[in-house]
Design a binder for this molecule. Structure first.
Ligand code: CA
Length: 424
């Protein structure tokens, strides 16, 4: 068993009951303060741990690290690339160091003063340099809702949908960390009452509730990753808000798929939570019918029970939850996505990001986009402040949170937050 996952362990760092970051989480991220960093960090409770400083003080001695500078970086790629045998050993060492039974560490004034920061005093940065980015379309409920709205309720899924995890290659340069605000994009749209396209700010601005996994092990050109090997290539997960311009998308997407409607900004949560931390929350995904091809078959529980929430906060108003969904609703699991991505011999790299596609559940309360919640704008969402929303307005903030919980522990991401600014 991974030592860091011991559910009975408690930390000498205070952790509130509803914290996403108990000592069993130990995520990885990149942070800076006004005096230190950027550096690799982890987090327990409301305390950010400077791992470069922990290494400096010798607490990682004996682990198979190439040198201590791997924590003095502005991105996690090099650390992640050391492989799971090293990154899991670092997680275990952090768990031992901050275990309440470790009185030596607890009384180490230099460790406390040099390596620990209040989370409110640090700025979180992009955790990885994203090389390639893929956006899948793996929620059956979402695909059905969109197919029903835009095509044919009787044939909502396209013929390929249950045979392969549909996806497209997206833009990595505009994936940004929580706290980055995004301007409403401008572009071409074609109004329904016009036979000519027009140019201007997007009118149908939307979020998409997604999760993304980050790969931690590269492959060579021509190699394929099997569903059985896939988890060895997946370092961890983030929340992923795939902002979308529905009116731009509608005009541009045929025949090659989404383009400028998606590439103006996607906002992730700053802490990468390792796949290992979610081990206690494995579950079965939906039953797959018809039977999938051999390269997409898998053994065991390959999904995870992770609650996913979206909140909308109008300017000068309270945040209001508009969606509660769950990662386990996804029809295609991560192992299948990675097997499909590489079945043709496409090589992958450390730090690539693979988003799930919008994760919708069966009810309106679990729909993962305004497109679905307002059903193309025909059923506006009522907010507690008396306002209504069909889509996202300027100066609205969108906040995503996610956590897995059992009777002993809660493992979460913190949040992905962005405010939508007027078009430039
Ligand atoms: Ca998407």
């Amino acid at each position: 068993m991974i030592k860091a996952n011991n559910p009975d362990r408690k930390s000498w760092i205070p952790v509130s009951k509803d914290s996403d970051f108990p000592i069993q989480n130990i995520p990885f991220g990149i942070f800076k303060t006004h005096t230190t960093g950027p550096a690799v960090g982890s987090r327990i409770g409301n305390t950010v741990i400077n791992l470069a400083e922990v290494a400096n003080q010798g607490y990682f001695d004996g682990l198979k690290l190439p040198d201590k500078t791997v924590f003095q970086k502005s991105r996690l790629n090099e650390f992640i690339g050391l492989g799971k045998s090293v990154t899991n050993a670092v997680r275990d060492r952090i768990a031992e160091l901050f275990d309440e039974k470790n009185t030596d560490a607890k009384n180490d004034k230099e460790l406390i003063s040099q390596a620990l920061h209040d989370a409110d005093d640090v700025e979180m940065l992009m955790p990885v340099e994203v090389g390639d980015y893929t956006d899948f379309y793996s929620s059956e409920e979402h695909a059905r809702n969109v197919g029903t709205m835009f095509r044919d309720p009787d044939n909502a899924l396209l013929p390929n949908w249950k045979h392969l995890p549909v996806g497209y290659h997206g833009r990595s340069s505009s994936i940004v960390v929580s706290g980055t605000n995004i301007h409403r994009p401008k572009g071409q749209t074609k109004p329904a009452d016009s036979d000519q396209p027009v140019f201007g700010p997007c009118k149908l601005f939307d979020f998409e509730l997604e999760m993304a996994f980050v790969t931690g092990k590269k492959t060579g050109l021509g190699e394929s990753v099997t569903t059985g090997e896939a988890e060895n290539h997946i370092f961890g997960l983030v929340l992923f808000n795939d902002l979308s311009a529905r009116d731009i998308q509608k005009w541009e997407y045929q025949p090659l798929g989404p383009f400028l409607a998606k590439s103006f900004g996607s906002v992730i949560s700053p802490w990468i939570v390792t796949l290992e931390a979610f081990e206690p929350f494995r579950t079965d995904g939906p039953q797959q019918k018809p039977e999938v091809m051999d390269y997409l078959k898998f053994q065991g529980k390959k999904s995870y029970d992770i609650t996913l929430d979206v909140f909308l906060q109008p300017e000068n108003s309270q945040e209001h939850r508009v969606c509660r969904s769950n990662f386990k609703y996804l029809y295609w699991n991560m192992a299948q996505q990675l097997a499909h991505q590489t079945v043709n011999g496409c090589n992958i790299n450390v730090g690539d990001m693979y988003a799930s596609g919008t994760i919708s559940g069966p009810e309106r309360e679990s729909f993962g986009s305004m497109l679905e919640i307002s059903w193309k704008g025909t059923n506006p969402l009522k907010l507690p402040n008396g306002e209504e929303r069909k889509f996202i307005q300027d100066n609205d903030s969108i906040i995503m949170r996610g956590f897995a919980q059992n009777d002993k522990i809660r493992i979460g991401f913190g949040e992905s937050r962005t405010k939508i600014l007027p078009a430039k």
